[in-house]
Design a protein around this ligand. Structure first.
Ligand SMILES: *Cc1c(COP(=O)(O)O)cnc(C)c1O
Length: 411
């Protein structure tokens, strides 16, 4: 029989344990949703306060130059680049993941004239699919989104494929795709590869340059801890930058925004994918988030996340199987991101009952209870406590109450 003290021993031996103090986490909360909204970095409120009061409040518009506000998209992009295997000059922070997908999909289609297909998989994250559908509609039916099942993916890459759009880590199951192999397959078909790093940036090593990825997007508010609705980022491989352009040709992507030239001329490099004025407060928050997690080192983050998910799966196997839970994530840790997903037919009310007891994960249709193990803010004992709470909820049938079946607007 395992004991809670085993978990505490694992925490005591965790070389990253001290990093938890770099975040604000209320006592008594078991937070297993850092994959959906990263925790608040402890240094963030003071930094934002300084930007608000000392920069905006005192230096006003001079802050664009005096405090380098104008460089925030590049500066934050470079900090993120270091986490995703991207050399300098290829990443900027901007807009939302959805908007960045639109910009890069349109640019990819432009770069592959005559090819008419955006290829993806059926279970990709919906916003990725919706953005492709919206772009296809805008292009008047010349282009279509083709969705295939995972096993059919490589076979579906053909001479019509302009771009293959995939998530590195599946948001439902946490399964990691082979980025290098699929990118190479896309290239053999003459297509570009666009990767969504929402569930991998900041938590596992990503090697965009080494895998010869063409384009990528990622999310600022998940593992990067940039705050709710944080700016996202985008990557354009250097070899493509001067051959493709953004369809959202805003002035911040112009070669000389303050020349006020009536004609759009794209900036050299990845900055041509900027659009409007950067959200300085939100970018500042993201900068603090990226700094806070970068100190730990991506290999150590990965090692801890793997240990946490292994431990949680061991406990779930022992304690939850008799209650009808099934593992939806890969068993092999090499194939698994920093989350563990469990299937249960009553997943929605079970997760609601869990959250009501301050054990916070989330529910994903149709039957997935998702537990994220952001490595700097999650302890082994959190995994233990979550499993014990689940057992209690199942044994007492505490989940089976009408209030837990009400669907909140955000799940
Ligand atoms: C969270 C997430 C997004 C988020 O998109 P936003 O436009 O930033 O809201 C996009 N793609 C994937 C795979 C995600 O997990």
């Amino acid at each position: 029989m395992r004991e809670r003290s085993d978990a505490l021993t694992l925490d005591a031996g965790d070389p990253l344990a001290g990093h938890r103090g770099h975040f604000v986490l209320p006592d008594g909360i078991v937070y297993l949703d850092g994959n959906s909204l990263g925790a608040l970095p402890a240094a963030l409120p003071a930094r934002l306060d300084a930007v608000i009061h000392e920069q905006w409040g005192r230096d006003l518009i001079r802050s664009w130059n005096r405090h380098d506000w104008i460089d925030l998209p590049v500066r934050v992009g470079e900090a993120a680049a270091a986490l995703i295997g991207a050399g300098p000059g290829q990443v900027v922070a901007a807009d939302s993941t959805s908007v960045n997908l639109f910009k890069l999909l349109a640019a990819a289609l432009d770069a592959r004239p005559g090819r008419t297909v955006i290829l993806s998989v059926e279970d990709n994250f919906p916003t990725d699919l919706y953005m492709a559908q919206g772009l296809a509609r805008l292009l008047g039916g010349e282009v279509r989104l083709r969705l295939v099942s995972e096993p059919a993916l490589e076979g579906a890459m053909d001479e019509d494929t302009a771009v293959v759009m995939l998530s590195h880590v599946d948001f439902r199951t946490g399964r990691i795709r082979d980025m290098a192999a699929l990118t190479a397959a896309a290239h053999r078909a003459g297509a570009l590869a666009l990767w969504d790093l929402a569930h991998s940036a900041g938590v596992l090593p990503v090697a965009l340059d080494a895998a010869e990825v063409d384009l990528a997007v990622g999310c600022g508010y998940k593992y990067l801890c940039g705050g709710p609705g944080a700016p996202a980022f985008l990557y354009v491989a250097r070899r493509l930058q001067d051959r493709i352009a953004s369809p959202l040709s805003g002035w911040m992507g112009h070669v000389a925004p303050f020349a006020f030239d009536p004609a759009y001329r794209p900036a050299p490099g990845v900055c041509r994918f900027l659009c409007g004025t950067p959200a300085v407060l939100a970018m500042t928050a993201l900068e603090v988030g990226v700094e806070t997690i970068s100190h730990a080192g991506i290999d150590r983050l990965r090692a801890k996340a793997t240990a946490l998910t292994e431990y949680f799966i061991t406990l779930a196997d022992e304690r939850l199987r008799d209650h009808g839970f099934e593992l939806a994530s890969p068993r092999d840790p090499a194939d698994r991101g920093a989350q563990v997903s469990l299937r249960h037919a009553e997943g929605l009310p079970i997760m609601a009952a869990l959250v009501a007891r301050d054990v916070i994960g989330d529910f994903r249709e149709p039957d997935i209870l998702r537990f994220g193990f952001a490595p700097l803010t999650t302890r082994f004992v959190d995994g233990w406590d979550a499993v014990e709470m689940l057992v209690e909820i199942m044994e007492t049938r505490a989940w089976d109450r009408p209030e837990h079946r009400r669907r909140p607007r955000v799940t």
